[in-house]
Design a protein around this ligand. Structure first.
Ligand code: AMP
Ligand code: MN
Ligand code: MN
Length: 322
């Protein structure tokens, strides 16, 4: 029996939570599970809370059921998806504390196993991949498949990151066989950009700086620039991935200002550099090749502190190059 099936035994109410600034994997997993419960466990009353609803994913079934404000309610079971630590649950963390039981399904190497039951597969491409293996295959409908496929393509960068495995492709293949419009999902939810999203991407690339002899690239967007272009954090997705494919670069850093002297940092690695260690040093987390954290201070200090840690990591595990 899977941990999910076991946790759901005798349960009447479930709350599903994801992480702050929910991404495609988080929203895909949360809605995938919500739709699965509705079908496989019709007697269970489930609520899904996320910090915000990114309209990019509005094609997913029951997207309109995502609630952004928690009700005063205590649940039998709290299921946390794609969130590596309790802080990542943001303002909904209380619901986890109050629930009678809890289950975390995740794929972050930095997961702190904060729930009562934890299914953590650091090798998995995405939370959606782990979740798929927790579900009864015969009960996965096309609509659930669309949710899980969305999560997989977002966390693998459409099957190209090193976290993509044969199992990832096998699962994606099974989901494709359900008749999902995979080309449309990939285009509309991953590649499509609005005009301003392209503008801010262009600006970030234009102002990027390489350092550590071309091994690192960095770019920052100020709050005033975000205001000028009329963009929010959701519009900045993908910028760090474009920086990462710069020739010769081993580490890409993208940051944007979230408040007075506060920056959200995204890190990507192309090599043996473990950016989850860098992010963890600053109180964040993630994966070996994709991680993030929040840092305080002026831009200059933040970059200096980051680059010192990156240099240290690079030195502690030097890359073997031909
Ligand atoms: P991002 O750069 O925000 O796309 O995040 C890259 C990866 O790092 C994702 O798997 C995130 O879940 C994780 N991550 C980002 N920020 C944090 C943070 N502050 N704490 C823990 N994990 C994070
Ligand atoms: Mn995520
Ligand atoms: Mn994920």
């Amino acid at each position: 029996m899977t941990a999910l099936k076991q946790a759901l035994e005798g349960v009447k109410t479930v709350v599903i939570l994801g992480h702050v600034r929910p991404d495609g994997d988080c929203i895909g997993a949360c809605l995938g599970l919500y739709n699965y419960l509705a079908l496989a466990y019709p007697d269970i009353k489930a609520d899904l809370y996320l910090e915000d609803r990114n309209e990019r994913f509005s094609y997913l079934k029951n997207f309109d059921k995502i609630q952004t404000e928690a009700a005063e309610k205590v649940y039998d079971l709290c299921i946390c998806l794609d969130a590596s630590d309790k802080e990542r649950l943001g303002k909904f963390a209380e619901l986890l504390d109050e629930a009678a039981n809890s289950l975390c399904v995740d794929h972050h190497i930095t997961n702190t196993r904060y729930a009562k039951e934890n299914v953590i597969e650091a090798e998995a491409s995405s939370c959606c991949e782990v979740l798929y293996c927790q579900m009864d295959e015969s009960l996965i409908t096309k609509e659930i498949g669309e949710c899980l496929y969305t999560g997989i393509i977002h966390d693998t960068g459409v099957f190209k990151h090193s976290n993509t495995s044969g199992r990832t492709m096998a699962i994606a293949g099974k989901l494709m066989d359900m008749g999902i419009d995979f080309g449309k999902i990939i285009d509309d939810s991953f590649y499509r950009k609005t005009y301003v999203q392209n503008q801010i991407l262009g600006r970030a690339l234009l102002e990027s700086i390489v350092f550590l002899h071309g091994k690192c690239i960095f770019s920052a967007i100020r709050a005033k620039d975000m205001e000028f272009y009329g963009v929010t954090s959701k519009d900045l997705e993908g910028i760090v991935d474009q920086l990462r494919v710069t020739e010769g670069v081993e580490c890409a850093i993208f940051m944007y200002e979230t408040g007075v002297q506060e920056f959200k940092i995204s890190l990507r690695s192309n090599s043996c550099l473990d950016v989850s260690k860098v992010a963890q040093f600053f109180g964040g987390g993630g994966h070996i090749r994709a991680a993030g954290c929040t840092m305080s201070g002026n831009l200059h200090d933040v970059v200096n502190n980051l680059s010192a840690q990156i240099e240290k990591q690079l030195e502690s595990r030097p890359c073997i190059t031909e």
